[in-house]
Design a protein around this ligand. Structure first.
Ligand code: NCD
Length: 412
C-alpha cells in the first residue's frame, strides 16, 4: 500500500486558509457573542472590572457548592490538540458548573480528524453541526490556530458560536493572562491603583511562553488605562532569561516588546528590561516573580535546551534571601507565580511560602475567571446582571457573613 505524506496534506490544507487581515472584534465594553482569542482584544480596565465582578459571583457559587443552570441547554466543545491538565480541566469544569453540556476532546492532534489532515475551519464546522455548540475552546500548536477558528465561526455562524483560545502555539493564552491578572490584583489588595508602581519579573522562557506574552500585553493595557484614569502609572516588566530563551532574540519578540513599551499613538507606556540573571536589586524591586518552565517542545537542539533549562531554579534559599531583601526595603514578600506545569524549576520547598500563588490562587482563579468569561460571552448582558443580583441576594455565604456581622453587632 502506498503511504501518503500527511505533513504535505496538512500544509496544503493550511494554504487554503489565511488569517491575513483578520482580527476578532475587540471587547470594547461588550463581551456578549464575541470570541476571546487575544489579550489585545481587551481595551480598558472597565472590561476587567466587569469580568472580575462576575468572577467574584462565580467564586461565591463554587465555594458555596451551589448548583446553577445559567447556560442549561447550551453545549461547550473543548478541543485540545496539545497536552493540558489545568486549562482543559478548568474549562470543562467551568462549563459544567454553568449547567452546560460538554463534549471534550484531549489529544486531538492524534485522535481527531486533525490527525488525518483536517483543517481547523472544517473541524469547527463539524463540532457545530454535530453538537450545536455555542462555545468552542481550542488549544493548538499553530500560532494563528485560534484566529482561524474565530474567523470560521464569524463566517459560518456569526454570533452563535464563541471561540475561546485555550493556547495557540507560542503566541497567546488569553484566559491564563486573565486568571494571572486577577491573582495579581488580589495579591496587591484588590485595587487597580495599587498597580501604579507594580514590578513584574518574568523568568524562564519568555521567548516561547505564550502565557508571559499574553500577560504582558494585558499589563500594557492596564498601564495605559490607569494613565487614562489620571493615575501616574509606571508598571515595569523585567524579563530574565538565558540567551536561548530571550524574547528579544526573535523579530516577533522585539515587535511585541515595542508594542508594550509604547501606546498606539506613539506615546511611551510601560518600561521593559531584559536581564541574563537575577540579582539583589531585581529581587528587591520585584513584586511578583512569574517563573516558567523552559519549553522543551519548541527546541530543535538538545544542547541548547539543556543549557537553557539548567540556567536557574527558584530554591527556598533563594526565595528566603529575596524576601529578606524585600523586608529590608520595607516591602511585602514576593508573590511567586507559575502557569504550570512545573518540572523542576521551582523547588518544592518554595510551595509553602505565603507568597507562592501557583497552587492556591492561580488554579482556583482559572475556574472562576473561565466561568465568568463563558457567562459574559453567552448570556445577554441584562439577563446576566439580573441573574448575578439574584445569586448575590441568595448567597448562603453572604447570608452567613451577614448574620455573623449582626450577632457581632449585638455584642458591640
Ligand atoms: C502553559 C501553556 O500551556 O502555555 N500552561 C498552562 O496552560 N497553564 C505553560 C506551559 O505549558 O509551560
Amino acid at each position: 500500500m502506498a503511504s501518503v505524506n500527511i505533513d504535505a496534506q496538512v500544509a496544503a490544507a493550511k494554504l487554503e486558509v489565511s488569517t491575513e487581515g483578520y482580527f476578532p472584534a475587540p471587547i470594547k465594553g461588550e463581551f456578549y457573542q464575541k470570541h476571546l482569542i487575544s489579550a489585545e482584544q481587551l481595551t480598558s480596565l472597565g472590561e476587567l472590572d466587569e469580568l472580575f465582578k462576575v468572577a467574584a459571583v462565580m467564586e461565591d457559587i463554587v465555594k458555596g457548592h451551589r448548583r446553577v443552570n445559567l447556560l442549561a441547554g447550551q453545549t461547550a466543545v473543548v478541543n485540545f490538540a496539545q497536552p493540558s491538565s489545568r486549562t482543559f480541566a478548568s474549562h470543562v469544569s467551568a462549563a459544567l458548573n454553568l449547567g452546560m453540556k460538554v463534549v471534550a476532546m484531549q489529544g486531538a492532534d492524534a485522535m481527531s480528524s486533525f490527525a488525518k489532515g483536517e483543517g481547523i475551519d472544517d473541524a469547527l464546522v463539524a463540532f457545530y453541526q454535530t453538537t450545536g455548540c455555542s462555545v468552542l475552546v481550542q488549544r493548538h500548536p499553530e500560532d494563528n490556530s485560534a484566529l482561524i477558528a474565530a474567523e470560521a465561526a464569524d463566517k459560518y455562524y456569526s454570533e452563535k458560536l464563541s471561540v475561546i483560545n485555550g493556547g495557540s502555539g507560542k503566541a497567546e493564552h488569553p484566559t491564563q493572562a486573565l486568571l494571572d491578572l486577577r491573582t495579581i490584583h488580589k495579591f496587591l489588595g484588590g485595587q487597580w491603583e495599587n498597580l501604579q508602581d507594580f514590578e513584574l519579573t518574568c523568568s524562564g522562557d519568555p521567548k516561547n511562553s505564550r502565557t508571559i506574552k499574553s500577560l504582558c500585553s494585558l499589563l500594557a493595557m492596564v498601564n495605559r488605562s490607569l494613565r487614562e484614569r489620571g493615575v501616574e502609572a509606571n508598571i515595569k516588566i523585567n524579563l530574565v532569561a538565558p540567551k536561548e530563551t530571550r524574547l528579544s532574540s526573535t523579530e516577533e519578540g522585539r515587535t511585541l516588546i515595542d508594542s508594550w513599551k509604547s501606546s498606539p499613538d506613539g506615546s511611551p507606556n510601560l518600561v521593559v528590561n531584559e536581564y541574563a540573571e537575577f540579582d539583589d536589586d531585581l529581587f528587591t524591586q520585584t513584586d511578583v516573580l512569574y517563573h516558567t518552565r523552559v519549553q522543551s517542545e519548541w527546541f530543535e537542539d538538545q544542547d541548547e535546551f539543556d543549557s537553557a533549562s539548567s540556567s536557574f531554579r527558584l530554591t527556598r534559599e533563594l526565595m528566603d534571601r529575596a524576601n529578606a531583601l524585600r523586608e529590608q526595603a520595607g516591602k511585602k514578600y514576593i508573590g511567586v507565580m507559575h502557569p504550570l506545569p512545573r518540572i523542576n524549576e521551582i523547588e518544592r520547598a518554595v510551595d509553602g511560602l505565603p507568597g507562592s500563588l501557583y497552587h492556591n490562587s492561580q488554579m482556583p482563579e482559572g475556574l472562576y475567571v473561565r466561568m465568568a468569561l463563558i457567562a459574559l460571552l453567552r448570556v445577554p448582558p441584562g439577563e446576566l446582571r439580573f441573574w448575578m443580583r439574584r445569586m448575590e441576594l441568595t448567597s448562603p455565604l453572604k447570608k452567613l457573613k451577614d448574620s455573623l456581622l449582626r450577632s457581632a453587632g449585638r455584642f458591640l
